[in-house]
Ligand binder design. Structure first.
Ligand SMILES: NC(=O)c1ccc[n+]([C@@H]2O[C@H](COP(=O)([O-])OP(=O)(O)OC[C@H]3O[C@@H](n4cnc5c(N)ncnc54)[C@H](OP(=O)(O)O)[C@@H]3O)[C@@H](O)[C@H]2O)c1
Length: 244
């Protein structure tokens, strides 16, 4: 039996990468999935095309509270069993050389967007719903390359996860996060296009490779399933042992 039959899920940033893999994995287990995207409608349509049952596309720039409100209105009277806060951006913000605009760009989606969207979804979350936030190992380790703001946004996501787990426990809503290491997606493609950078990163990986989006999606499925019934407020490393 498919473990998510009859359940409804909203996955942000589901057009590509980790979000795409999560949307497909949840749909394979029977969930009806709302596939959110920002710019890339054709990629989002192709995700829907791979899902065997009807799904729905939702478009919004998650930096904009107005667009988030519009997206929530587009849900009609739908209730949600699962919310996956996945959409996010990565980038360099070297100390001493970062504008306020660059700072805001990252905070607006990775922190404020996650908070505002979750708050907007609250009235629609069924008792016993699950929220999974996509964090990063960057939120809990030092990283190279002047990415302190990205790291701070993911530390904030971990803090949301712990605190929301307690706030939402009276509604039996579980809140957890996954913290991926380096995953092979569009987000990291430019960075790893430099062969030396790729070889260095892989040399530090215990299994000698980058991770795959499907490997993150499998852990998200676990956190959405009854098998993780007694887990809430946790952020699980999904890094192939890069962070232990
Ligand atoms: N890849 C990694 O190594 C890695 C490691 C740790 C954590 N993560 C985290 O995992 C999550 C997904 O990463 P990914 O690698 O799958 O990224 P990705 O391949 O770059 O995909 C990003 C997704 O987010 C959406 N998005 C970007 N900006 C948005 C905005 N302003 N409003 C709404 N949606 C927006 C994109 O929509 P469009 O397609 O429409 O542009 C796309 O669906 C992120 O939170 C990231 O920080 C990734």
């Amino acid at each position: 039996m498919s473990i998510l039959n009859g359940q409804t899920a909203l996955v942000t940033g589901a057009s590509r990468g980790i979000g795409r893999a999560i949307a497909l994995r949840l749909a394979k287990e029977g969930a009806q999935v709302f596939v959110h995207y920002h710019h890339n409608r054709s990629a989002a349509e192709s995700v829907l095309g791979e899902i065997e049952r009807p799904g729905t596309l939702l478009q919004a720039d998650l930096r904009s509270p107005r667009e988030i409100d519009g997206m929530i209105a587009a849900l009609g009277d739908a209730q949600l069993d699962i919310l996956i806060n996945n959409a996010g951006i990565w980038g360099q913000t070297p100390l001493g050389n970062t504008s306020l605009e660059d700072l805001d760009a990252m905070l607006d989606i990775n922190v404020k967007g996650v908070f505002y969207l979750t708050q907007a979804c609250l009235p629609r979350l069924r008792e016993g719903a699950r929220i999974v936030n996509v964090s990063s190992i960057a939120g809990r380790t030092g990283t190279r390359g002047g990415r302190s703001v990205y790291a701070a946004t993911k530390a904030a996501v971990d803090a949301f996860t712990r605190n929301w787990a307690l706030e939402l426990a009276p509604r039996r809503i579980r809140v957890n996060a996954v913290a991926p290491g380096y995953i092979d997606t569009d987000m990291t493609a430019g960075y790893f296009a430099d062969r030396e950078v790729l070889e260095f990163a892989v040399s530090r990986q215990p299994f000698g490779r980058l991770g795959y989006a499907d490997e993150v999606a499998n852990v998200v499925l676990f956190l959405c399933s009854p098998a993780s019934n007694w887990i809430t407020g946790e952020s699980l490393n999904v890094s192939g042992g890069f962070v232990v």
